[in-house]
Write a new protein. Structure first.
Length: 365
């Protein structure tokens, strides 16, 4: 039920599931609202209220959601979400009408999954259930509450902080068991911070100058800048890479086992690259987000940025050395008790009401 303006009149609009919508126009908004409330109450009394509404089983709305919404999502979300929805269809409660799926049903599902799959996977599954119920209510007109909102979510574990070391990079790139194909893919991953699936979908037409267009990404298509090394690697190899993600993962695990590298995943190369962008190449968070394709900076800072006290201390020391190098033995401007570098004269001079006094100095302090 809602009220809307239509010309110089007010229209009351009543819509109830399994009944055709009804509307009527009035001169005043109050009359339209009064009629709408009375009409809706009358219909519900005649139907016996919500008890007579026929709710579809969860499996039907889940399949409808998969066919109408999941299919049209971008990136790799459709494949993951379809697999999750198909797993729901094996559950007993998938046969229940959606109004019978209560928080206790979803809570039992959560508890049954514990110990079988990871906590973050359980949360991902609960997200899909929650989205399906929200769509049922907001778009498809089913008067149901979202049971996921009333249960306690599992706590996601701390993200992996594994990073590849320089010694491990040398083993993978210079080892005699590493094929030219795998060596090239590893180099691209370390130079660009791209995901495995994004690397395997690079085509020659995606290279535009010193940038690379990524049409199929996890979140949305994006264009990233390329380093000189990355550009040379991609231009010297015949694209796309002739290997699928399953075979690549298998070969990468075999290489790590052969070289004695423990607990290293291919995705850790992306984490290492993005961390290096911020820590070693001094890229800002927005700049690194542009390369990574993240929408939320919290993901970047929580998962990929592993700054330590030693890193911050080293950066402060380098900044101090740079300042000393710039100002040592140069002239500075002194005015109102402040000392300004001579290079800042064009910026600072309009702000000074008194003429500056130049003097020789060998220290900023």
């Amino acid at each position: 039920m809602y009220i809307r303006r239509k010309g110089n009149k007010w229209q009351g609009y009543v819509r109830i599931i399994n009944r055709p919508p009804i509307s009527k126009c009035f001169k005043s908004k109050t009359d339209a609202k009064r009629w709408s409330v009375a009409t809706e109450n009358k219909i519900r009394r005649e139907d016996g209220g919500i008890a007579k509404i026929k709710f579809p089983p969860f499996k039907d709305v889940a399949l409808r959601y998969m066919n109408e919404i999941t299919t049209y999502k971008i990136g790799y979300t459709p494949r993951v979400e379809k697999n999750i929805i198909i797993s729901f269809l094996r559950e007993v409660w998938a046969e229940y009408p959606i109004n019978k799926i209560t928080p206790s049903v979803i809570g039992k599902y959560r508890n049954d999954r514990r110990g079988k799959i990871k906590e973050n996977t359980i949360n991902r599954n609960l997200d899909v259930i929650s989205t399906i119920f929200t769509t049922c209510k907001k778009e498809w007109g089913h008067p149901v509450d979202n049971p996921v909102l009333s249960i306690k979510r599992p706590r996601n574990p701390e993200p992996r902080d594994r990073r590849i070391t320089d010694e491990e990079i040398n083993l993978l790139l210079k080892g005699n068991r590493t094929s030219e194909l795998l060596r090239t893919i590893i180099k691209v991953a370390l130079e660009t911070g791209m995901r495995q699936s994004e690397i395997l979908n690079i085509h020659p037409e995606h290279l535009k100058g010193d940038t690379l267009f990524i049409p199929v990404a996890k979140t949305r298509p994006r264009t990233i800048p390329l380093t000189k090394t990355a550009l040379e690697i991609l231009k010297s190899y015949t694209l796309p890479f002739n290997i699928d993600r399953h075979l690549l993962g298998k070969h990468f695990r075999r290489l790590c086992k052969h070289y004695g590298i423990k607990d290293l995943h291919f995705h850790d190369l992306r984490k290492s690259a993005l961390t290096s962008f911020m820590r070693d190449k001094n890229l800002s968070v927005p700049e690194t987000m542009l390369i990574a394709g993240h929408k939320d900076p919290r993901m970047l800072l929580r998962v990929y940025n592993t700054l330590s006290v030693e890193d911050v201390s080293r950066k402060l020391r380098l900044m101090a050395e740079k300042v000393e190098h710039i100002y040592n033995g140069k002239k500075i401007i002194e005015s109102r008790g402040h000392k300004w570098p001579r290079s800042s004269l064009s910026v600072c001079l309009p702000l000074l009401s008194q003429p500056p006094v130049l003097r020789e100095t060998h220290s900023l302090f």
